[in-house]
Design a protein around this ligand. Structure first.
Ligand code: SF4
Length: 494
């Protein structure tokens, strides 16, 4: 277990171990030499900044990167004018790539001002060969580039990068390796994301994830349970189990177990109050999973169920493997079995070949399922995906029109759904001090909480409430969030 390792005791004059994670502990200890030199020469500790782009799985990986940097001796900073800056990148849509290129221009200036500065890039965008060629050609100031499959090797790569002036690139095509017990620096003391599996085998025709995150591989259930027990001991009350498609969890394990079975085990952990998970693919969300959620006292009443399109014809072209009818039937079954379940979704507008009629189908599903919220995207062509090669790209004007209609309907439906809770008392996990105030001229500070169904509520209170689960009365609905107040006890309020 990492927190039992004393890096000072590691003999860095011997050969590095071959076994992981001890090999990475060895290189963490070795990197400390660079930090010590830096401190002697500069009379201060070097700073490090980890910038995360993209999804919660990336955010969890970034907590590992920061944990390793701290173990080496860097002091963390949010400023990119640091001695070491690493971007953990995303490539799910083209604008994610453009954002990184834009920000690299600024880093180049910082490095000009601080030539000892080290710059590194990792994550999904680095798995694209065209990107690597562009970085080599136009961004030669970058010191280290690695991908999604060898993130655990960060300390070893950093060590090599400290010893060379040239750009170090280490991109793997795929891996079956999962390395546990690396240091982690968590962003929130009271909640944590848990990557339960990596990769995706679904190959939706518009999606680049299977090409950059590789084949599905699940972590051993025992490792996941051990990690959550450790987190609960450190004060965590809520976990978010993460995977591209959690329904496929456990399929590649020597002793396969289902995601529902894993949830049953997680539910047993003393002190854990709330369990969330993301993302569940509609094609294989099982009866067993619905039953486990229904019986659970800890699994939150929020399910993210990406639709992507409501047209069966487009769903086929997307390779989503369910029809409009099957999706609606599934959503209605979930609402019937678990009436207080909030359902959110992802929808793409403008997929190649999409007609006005196809969009009508999508709007029809939104009306029928009545989502509590939806993330709507305009189709983004990703080189290397089957959809990128499809001829009938949709005219921009039509996409824009469709997107605006969808957004309006989704927002109207979501407002209706959220307004249903008006006047109820529900439990909220208080997450942060709110920027908002009760009213502009009111001095009453507010804190922000999240209900089990993922709805946001602001209530009077101070930072001492952060990390606590408290009953709150939902007094005023403000569209997608509430203003309310804490009630001493749910029962008193009833
Ligand atoms: S399920 Fe489809 S959309 Fe989701 S990550 Fe896998 S390929 Fe991409």
């Amino acid at each position: 277990m990492y927190n039992e390792i004393d890096l000072h005791k590691i003999n860095i004059n011997s050969n590095p171990p071959t076994e992981e994670p001890s090999r990475q502990y060895y290189f963490m200890a070795k990197c400390r030499g660079w930090v010590k030199d830096f401190e002697e020469q500069n009379g201060r500790t070097p700073t490090a900044c980890v910038t995360t782009f993209g999804c919660q799985m990336n955010a969890r990986d970034s907590e590992k990167l920061l944990g390793i940097l701290e173990a080496i001796g860097f002091s963390p900073t949010d400023s990119e004018q640091a001695d070491f800056v690493i971007y953990n990148t995303c490539t799910v849509r083209d604008n994610a790539n453009q954002r990184v290129y834009g920000r690299l221009g600024v880093l180049k200036r910082y490095k000009k001002a601080n030539p000892r500065m080290k710059v590194a890039l990792c994550g999904c965008m680095m798995q694209e060969t065209t990107v690597i060629e562009k970085l080599k050609k136009s961004y030669s100031f970058i010191d280290l580039i690695f991908g999604t499959h060898n993130i655990y090797k960060f300390a070893e790569l950093l060590c090599t990068s400290f010893e060379t002036e040239r750009m170090l690139i280490d991109i793997w095509k795929d891996t079956d390796k999962i390395v546990e017990d690396l240091p982690v620096e968590r962003k929130y003391p009271y909640k944590s994301g848990i990557n339960i599996m990596f990769g995706c085998n679904n190959f939706c025709s518009y999606c680049i994830v299977p090409y950059v995150r590789g084949r599905e591989r699940s972590r051993e259930p025992g490792e996941i349970i051990r990690e959550i027990e450790r987190l609960v001991a450190e004060g965590v009350v809520e976990v978010m189990l993460l995977g591209q498609n959690v329904n496929s969890y456990g399929k590649n394990l020597d002793k396969p177990i289902t995601f529902a079975e894993l949830l049953r085990e997680v539910e047993k952990i003393e002190g854990l109050k709330r369990i969330r998970f993301m993302t569940s693919h509609p094609k294989d969300l099982s009866e067993e999973l619905i039953e486990v959620i229904k019986q659970s006292k800890k699994i939150c009443r929020h399910l993210h169920l990406p639709l992507q399109s409501g047209s069966t014809r487009i769903l086929e072209r997307m390779n989503r493997r369910y029809t409009k009818e099957q999706y609606i039937e599934l959503a209605e079954r979930i609402r019937r079995e678990i009436p207080d379940m909030a359902i959110t979704t992802d929808i793409i507008v403008g997929f190649p070949g999409e007609t006005e009629e196809d969009l009508e189908e999508t709007l029809d599903v939104v009306r029928k399922v009545k989502y509590d919220n939806a993330f709507t995207f305009i189709y983004s062509k990703r080189t290397g995906t089957p959809a990128a090669a499809m001829a009938d790209q949709v005219p921009e004007e039509q996409v824009k029109r469709g997107f605006d209609r969808l957004l309006k309907l989704v927002q109207d439906t979501a407002r209706e759904q959220v307004a249903k809770y008006q006047g109820q008392v529900m439990e909220a996990l208080i997450e942060e001090v709110a920027e908002e105030r009760q009213s502009d001229d009111s001095a009453v500070p507010l804190v922000t909480g999240r209900l089990s169904n993922n709805t946001i509520v602001h209530v009077p209170g101070d930072a001492s409430l952060i990390g606590k689960i408290v009953p709150v009365s939902l007094d005023e609905c403000h569209g997608f969030y509430y203003i309310g107040h804490c009630v001493l006890d749910k029962k008193d309020a009833e």
